[in-house]
Design a protein around this ligand. Structure first.
Ligand code: AKB
Length: 355
């Protein structure tokens, strides 16, 4: 019987990592959660302890900082994963406040993971000893597939656009004009992945995500105005929206983002015509349309629009992502394919999380 795939989740305590970890555990994958923080200090901890038996993930929790090249190389060599989901990152708003840290984690951390994968290629297979007991992976495991999230933030204001990418749809060929350090690190990360794929045959696969929303509290994103509104609505509290009511970017429920990562990881390499794919789920809503969608369910929900320094980031992102290549190459299809479906699911999840 073939052994279950071993997955390394870097950034397992974050907004995406926590939900990916839960999905992998539900599929009985051999998963190793990794974060720079101890599990109990991460955003995902509460949801992980609510939805998964502690002994299914906490004994395997590894505390490794992706900026520590030696620790990353040791982790990858010791665990010999079949697939690495590299989710550790500083998001756009936090990245503007801490540009050096954003670069170090998002780019140097990225290079450390790529170098660790290449390092496996230079190690004779029998030199590998997994601390989970020698197994056939040590003798003949292939180089791990690396799956990494890029972002709509890699794009930016197209030439000639005054202050907003309103009305623009980005294809895979759209030019990169990121206006945030986070967006710059996403472009750098994509190009690093392509370079290592060309030069060292690393199986690098990536998705440019729109704004993502789940019941795990986000941290440091400019698209988090949406998460904030759902969170406040589910607590029957008023919300302050830090972008103007007309601000419009694409969003997706986290469940679809997780499905897409797993689907791309499992896709037949020969069918992939891009190393990084756009995906989206439904037509981009304005902030005002999102409020109206919530008010269908929470009649008393009210919002005040208080644009702040994060708004300029959101307005620089295209209104839509053309995801036809993902649909053609690896069968991408969203499950939650409308704003109202996403709203209903999120409000139910937030209310369940409060019980
Ligand atoms: C952010 O807002 O920084 C992220 C993103 C759009 O990638 N959620």
């Amino acid at each position: 019987m073939s052994r279950p795939q071993r997955a390394l989740v870097l950034g397992a305590g974050g907004q995406v990592g926590g939900d990916l970890l839960l999905e992998l555990l539900a599929a009985n994958a051999d998963v190793i959660p990794v974060d720079q923080l101890p599990a109990e200090s991460t955003n995902a901890y509460k949801k992980l302890t609510q939805l998964a038996p502690n002994d299914s993930w906490s004994p395997n929790w590894e505390q490794v900082d992706v900026t520590d090249a030696a620790a990353v190389a040791d982790l990858v060599a010791r665990t010999r994963p079949d697939v690495i989901y590299h989710l550790a990152a500083v998001l756009s708003a936090a990245g503007e406040a801490h540009t050096g840290l954003c670069w170090t984690i998002n780019v140097d951390g990225r290079r450390n993971v790529l170098d660790a994968i290449v390092g496996l290629q230079d190690r004779p297979p029998n030199a590998i000893r997994s601390d989970r007991g020698d197994d056939e992976r040590g003798a003949n495991a292939a180089s791990p597939t690396l799956v990494w999230p890029s972002s709509i933030a890699a794009f930016g204001l197209p030439p000639g656009a005054a202050s907003s990418a309103d009305g623009y749809t980005a294809t895979e060929e759209w030019p990169f004009f990121p206006i945030t350090m986070y967006g710059v690190t996403k472009v750098a990360g994509e190009k690093l992945g392509e370079y290592y794929a060309r030069r060292s045959k690393v199986d690098f696969r990536s998705i440019r995500f729109p704004g993502l929303i789940s019941s795990v509290e986000p941290s440091g994103g400019s698209s988090d105005y949406a998460n904030e509104m759902y969170f406040r609505a589910s607590h029957a509290e008023p919300a302050e929206c830090f972008v103007q009511r007309q601000a419009r970017i694409p969003f997706m429920h986290m469940d679809d983002a997780i499905s897409a990562l797993l689907q791309l990881a499992a896709a037949d390499r020969d069918r992939l015509t891009h190393s990084t794919y756009n995906i989206t789920a439904f037509p981009a809503p304005s902030a005002m349309e999102m409020v109206a969608s919530i008010q269908r369910r929470m009649l008393d929900f009210c919002v005040t629009y208080e644009p702040d320094g994060r708004e300029v980031n959101v307005l620089s992102w295209p209104n839509e992502l053309d995801d036809s290549a993902a649909r053609t190459d690896w069968g991408w299809l969203p499950e939650i394919d409308s704003l109202d479906n996403m709203t209903d699911k999120l409000l139910a999840e937030f209310s369940a999380a409060r019980r």
